[in-house]
Design a protein around this ligand. Structure first.
Ligand code: DX5
Ligand code: ZN
Length: 211
């Protein structure tokens, strides 16, 4: 898999979402990272189904939905209907990971599994044969604009070595410098919120992540 950049909508200007999507699409992004938070799994609430459903009508980007919710199994159908391409949930949530992955596949989506900074890479091993994406958090989930935690790099290395065929995504505090470290460790997808949407020159920001 080639390097993918997945700009995180959380850092976009919510009063101008159509223009924001235009800006990153022209800037060369092929994926859009959509952070859904329920105020239970993480101490923050972001946006949900109606926003994703609306954006689906105006965008052909690959929708990379990151669920930070306590009971993701209850919402698999709803996110499929809303237009998610990848549906990523947290190993630390309450839903059974096997059931979750099967339910995601049954609705024709790609299944991603995410781990928080305190969860070891090995915790993902039992699910590797079923996964389409692994999302390694490089900050505590819940907020954009936090500082990159370098401890995620070892986890990326371990997972890349164990399952080189599964794309590894990394999320939180990504910029040109931290992005390069993640790429060198074996990451395939870089999620970047503030670095991309906060940039005056989005083309240059995305290029710097690919370079
Ligand atoms: C945090 C979210 C991230 C966030 C990243 O819980 O999962 O996707 O938007 O934002 P930056 O790139 O600003 O750290
Ligand atoms: Zn995210």
């Amino acid at each position: 898999m080639m390097m993918m950049i997945s700009p995180s909508l959380l850092a976009a200007d919510f009063t101008k979402l159509d223009r924001e999507l235009d800006r990153i699409t022209r800037g060369g992004a092929e994926w859009l990272h959509l952070d859904v938070m329920d105020g239970v799994f993480v101490p923050n609430i972001s946006f949900g189904l109606p926003v994703i459903q609306s954006l689906r009508k105006i965008s052909r980007l690959t929708f990379d939905v990151h669920l930070m919710i306590q009971e993701p199994l209850l919402y698999v159908d709803a996110f499929a209907d809303a237009g998610a391409d990848y549906l990523t949930f947290h190993l630390e949530s309450s839903s059974d990971p096997e059931k979750m992955i099967d339910a995601i596949h049954a609705r024709g989506m790609k299944a991603g599994l995410s781990i928080k900074p305190n969860t070891p890479a090995e915790a993902v091993f039992p699910y590797l044969d079923k996964l389409d994406l692994i999302l390694v958090m490089s900050v505590e989930p819940g907020f954009g604009g936090q500082k990159f935690m370098p401890a995620c790099l070892d986890k990326i290395r371990i997972l890349h070595e164990k399952a080189p065929e599964i794309p590894i995504s990394v999320d939180g505090g990504i910029n040109a410098e931290t992005g390069r470290l993640c790429r060198e460790a074996g990451a395939d997808v870089l999620v970047a919120g503030s670095y991309v949407f906060g940039a005056k020159d989005v083309v240059a920001a995305i290029d710097s992540l690919m370079a």
